[in-house]
Design a protein around this ligand. Structure first.
Ligand code: SAM
Ligand code: ZN
Length: 280
């Protein structure tokens, strides 16, 4: 297969450019990276893993895919596309950092198609190989297993980075963005999934706002923000279970919380998200 956009990819061992070889990608020092049969490349460096199976597990990724495909976050995807649309040019490069199963990348491509607009070159990456196995079913992007902490991309190659609920690393984002490039950050707001959290926990933790101080220290300046709040259609039992599996709440829930959720047949949810635009 031909890797859609490989010119900005860098070897995780020595940061040398990667060229397409017969089996995959190769740097001039002879490091080789196979393209998995699913269509992604693993560019996690030897010290980039903090566990044997980093990132979201197979079950979490499958649950998130089922939940997102049911359309509950469609209004969020629409808002993101509206924000990005005006920023995109014909030759833009977009990076979806911590992209999960690639839902927002796919939405961006799908909606640009519907508008008759050219699609940008997109690189989607996630530290979870399970996420990549699903994401790479779509040919919308160049997909790689990689970490936010050490992104195997050239300096100043990207026009837009999006980070959706996904552990931003501002220093790395600033490094890969072109000067003046844009970071779209999507984070939970205070009311996010309140109905689920109220069931799961005996008492709710206080909301901690992201001050974005770390982003400013890394060289970003605020370029706008948008609060998006809406209520989903009611989730049935299966989708409540998917939602619980795809969030950290499942691990944090005690037996009483799990029991309360287990009794729920239907639950409409508040989605409360902060969309922040930051300029490099
Ligand atoms: C809550 S999910 C969001 C996924 C996707 N952006 C979405 O909204 O559908 C967080 C994702 O971050 C990934 N992740 C965790 N640590 C990461 C890291 N250091 N670098 C890249 N991805 C990471 C997880 O594997 C997971 O897929
Ligand atoms: Zn190399």
């Amino acid at each position: 297969m031909s890797f859609l956009y490989h010119c900005a990819l860098r070897c995780p061992h020595d940061k040398l450019p990667l060229q397409q070889s017969r089996a995959g990608l190769q740097c001039n020092a002879g490091h080789n990276f196979d393209i998995a049969r699913q269509g992604y490349v693993n560019l996690l460096g030897p010290n980039d893993k903090r566990s044997r199976d980093p990132g979201d597990s197979k079950a979490m990724v499958a649950a998130r895919r089922a939940f997102l495909q049911a359309g509950y976050y469609q209004p969020l995807a629409n808002s993101m596309v509206r924000l990005l649309q005006g920023e995109l040019e014909e030759d833009s490069v977009v990076v979806d950092a911590g992209c999960g199963d690639g839902y927002y990348t796919a939405e961006l491509c799908h909606q640009l198609d519907a508008l008759g607009r050219d699609k940008p070159a997109i690189v989607g990456f996630d530290i979870s190989k399970w996420a990549m196995q699903l994401a790479a079913r779509s040919q919308a992007a160049t997909w790689m297993v990689a970490s936010n902490r050490k992104i195997p991309l050239a300096n100043h190659c990207a026009d837009i980075v999006m980070s959706v609920f996904a552990f931003p690393h501002y220093v790395e984002f600033a490094r890969i963005l072109k000067p003046g490039g844009l970071l779209l950050l999507v984070e939970p707001g205070p009311e996010h999934l309140l109905e689920l959290r109220t069931l799961v926990y005996d008492s709710l933790r206080a909301y901690r706002e992201n001050s974005l101080r770390a982003a400013v220290t890394a060289g970003f300046s605020a370029a706008g923000s948008n609060n998006k709040i809406f209520t989903t259609k009611a989730l049935g039992r299966g989708d409540v279970a998917n939602l619980l599996t795809m969030t950290p709440h499942l691990y944090r829930a005690g037996p009483a919380g799990k029991q309360r959720v287990g009794k729920i047949d239907s639950l409409a949810l508040t989605v409360d998200v902060r969309l922040s635009l930051l300029r490099a």
